[in-house]
Design a protein around this ligand. Structure first.
Ligand SMILES: [Zn+2]
Length: 115
C-alpha cells in the first residue's frame, strides 16, 4: 500500500495518494474496531453498549473475563433487587428496564457474578 502511495506521489498522482491514505485509514479503523474492554481505547471511547460487546467478545478466551471466569456467558445477580440474569446483555438490559435510575457506567458495580 505504502509503496503504491510513494509511486503515485512520484508520478504526481495526488488524487490517488489521497485515496490511498483514506483507504489506509479505513483499514486501520477496521483493525481497531473493537478494542479490548480494559484498554485505554475502550475506556476512553466506548459507551455501555459497545463496552458490553467488547466484554462478550473478549470473554470468549478462557480466563479473560473481569472476574476470571472461563465461560463467555456469565450469570449475574442484581445487587439492587437480587434478580438472576443470564449473560452480559441480559444484565445490562435488566438494569435499563428495572433500575433506570441507576446511572450504569460499569456493570461490575451493580451486578455480581453467580453460578
Ligand atoms: Zn435488579
Amino acid at each position: 500500500m505504502f509503496a503504491g502511495i510513494v509511486i503515485n506521489a512520484l508520478k504526481g498522482k495526488w488524487g490517488f495518494v489521497a485515496l490511498g491514505f483514506l483507504l489506509g485509514w479505513a483499514w486501520l479503523a477496521g483493525a481497531i474496531r473493537l478494542a479490548k474492554p480494559d484498554s485505554f481505547w475502550a475506556r476512553r471511547w466506548y459507551g455501555l453498549e459497545k463496552m458490553q460487546r467488547a466484554r462478550e467478545r473478549f470473554a470468549e478466551a478462557p480466563g479473560s473475563t473481569p472476574w476470571g471466569a472461563t465461560a463467555g456467558e456469565t450469570d449475574f445477580e442484581c445487587k439492587t433487587c437480587g434478580a438472576h440474569v443470564k449473560g452480559y446483555a441480559a444484565a445490562a438490559e435488566h438494569m435499563e428496564s428495572q433500575h433506570p435510575e441507576r446511572d450504569l457506567v460499569d456493570l461490575h458495580e451493580v451486578m455480581v457474578p453467580s453460578k
